[in-house]
Design a protein around this ligand. Structure first.
Ligand code: MLT
Length: 411
């Protein structure tokens, strides 16, 4: 008899976004004429930038010739893309990363879910609360937690509340943990970590020999050039941090799939007997065993994001979404809501109206305004009473959504 992984039984509910999709589908089926506007999942809506499409087409044409055909590629990615990442995402910001420390992948969701495999099952993890659910759920699946309590907190995980009081950026904990997931700009709260905050985290991690897993999937949305875009802009981080970045939101690749993770050579973990082991070699071993990297055509498309035209066109797309974020922030404020963020992130975090839970507000917004958002409690217990609105949609849909919200909920 094949025994199942019983840790899956501890998971509290289905994954958040399919659950939202299910509720929206049920509503649409009984209200076929409702023109629903989706500001829930953070999925891009603009078409791929022309420079990206041209590069992808050229790569497809190459693949159709015997000389230009590519089969299995190098494990970590082709040099043309790794070198472009090294130059534009790091060197241009004064950060030295070796191309061999960069591992391409088909998404930061996958990387942030898979990375826990190279750590021992007894590692204690900490997450901010609310948090991107993948960090928590994958650790539950791996057996690194006990059951969840009534509030939805899994035993064994340290939850660091991200609240209005701390600007939704928790400080390092007093107690010992081995692995901490940080996300900045943050999904879901849209908050961003300052240099000082990142420095505190790096100093703490080095002092207590912890590893920071830094998710920078939304770095392109940072509008203040003084704010760090990479954890490696902080001194000492190479000895304590893994970083993940993605082309999904910065260049519209949610359906194309390309991201990467950086694991510096200096970074080590410990065996039970105290021997230090390179995390770079463990991740290299994991990836070469379980993954054949990203298709050649996709890597060519991703490299085009760094060309002068590609950078300009994708920058304009980011600016388009950030204009939506501004409209949403101001529109919701005008309707009497208390709103946060949306300045360095494509997400607006808002308080739900008095007396409505996150899911109550989701249901009312859907049924009365025909607008979809994401309930804050879906990201963790401290998200209760909050709601996330995504800026990924057209200007026209954002205008219309705000008009409807003002009509239903406006003061
Ligand atoms: C979100 O809406 O939180 C994101 O789109 C999820 C993801 O990037 O996987």
């Amino acid at each position: 008899m094949a025994q199942v992984n019983e840790s899956y039984g501890k998971l509290l509910a289905g994954y958040l976004f399919p659950e939202i999709g299910r509720r929206v589908q049920v509503f649409q089926e009984s209200n076929p004429d409702a023109a629903i506007i989706r500001l829930g999942i953070g999925d891009v809506t603009l078409p791929l930038a022309p420079a990206v499409v041209d590069a992808m087409r050229a790569a497809v044409d190459e693949m159709a010739t015997s000389e230009g055909f590519h089969g299995y590629g190098p494990d970590r990615g082709y040099d043309f893309l790794l070198d472009a990442i090294r130059e534009h995402d790091y060197l241009a910001r004064g950060v030295e990363i070796d191309s061999e420390e960069i591992f391409l992948s088909d998404g930061s969701k996958q990387d942030s879910g898979n990375i826990q495999e190279i750590f021992g099952v007894d590692c204690r993890i900490a997450v901010s609360d609310p948090v991107y659910p993948v960090y928590v759920d994958t650790n539950v699946m791996a057996g690194r937690t006990g059951d969840a309590d009534d509030a939805g907190r899994y035993a064994g995980i340290l939850y660091l509340p991200a609240t209005e009081e701390n600007g939704f950026v928790p400080d390092p904990p007093e107690e010992r943990v081995d692995l901490v997931y940080l996300c900045s700009p943050n999904n879901p709260t849209g908050s961003v970590m300052s240099r000082e905050s990142l420095e505190r985290w790096v100093a703490w991690a080095r002092q207590c020999d912890a590893v920071l897993i830094f998710d920078a999937a939304y770095d392109a949305f940072i509008t203040d050039p003084e704010l760090p875009r990479s954890i490696y802009q902080i001194e000492g981080s190479r000895e304590c941090a893994i970083e993940m970045r993605s082309f999904s939101k910065r260049a519209g690749f949610t359906g194309v799939r390309c991201a990467y993770t950086v694991v510096p050579r200096e970074l080590t973990g410990s065996t039970s007997s105290g021997e230090r082991i390179s995390l770079h070699s463990l991740w290299a071993r994991r990836q070469s065993t379980k993954f054949n990297c990203v298709p050649y055509v996709v890597q060519r498309a991703a490299a085009a994001v760094f060309s002068p035209e590609g950078a300009k066109q994708t920058g304009e797309q980011v600016a388009y979404y950030m204009e939506n974020a501004r409209q949403i922030r101001e529109g919701l404020r005008d309707s009497g809501f208390t709103v946060f963020a949306g300045i360095h992130a494509p997400y607006i975090w808002m308080r739900t109206p008095e007396g409505l839970s996150s899911w109550d507000f989701f249901d009312r917004l859907l049924s009365e305004a025909h607008v979809v958002g994401t309930p804050g409690s879906g990201f963790g217990p401290s998200g209760e009473g909050y709601f996330r609105i995504s800026a990924f949609n057209s200007h026209e849909n954002v205008d219309e959504a705000l008009r409807r919200i003002a009509e239903v909920f406006g003061r």
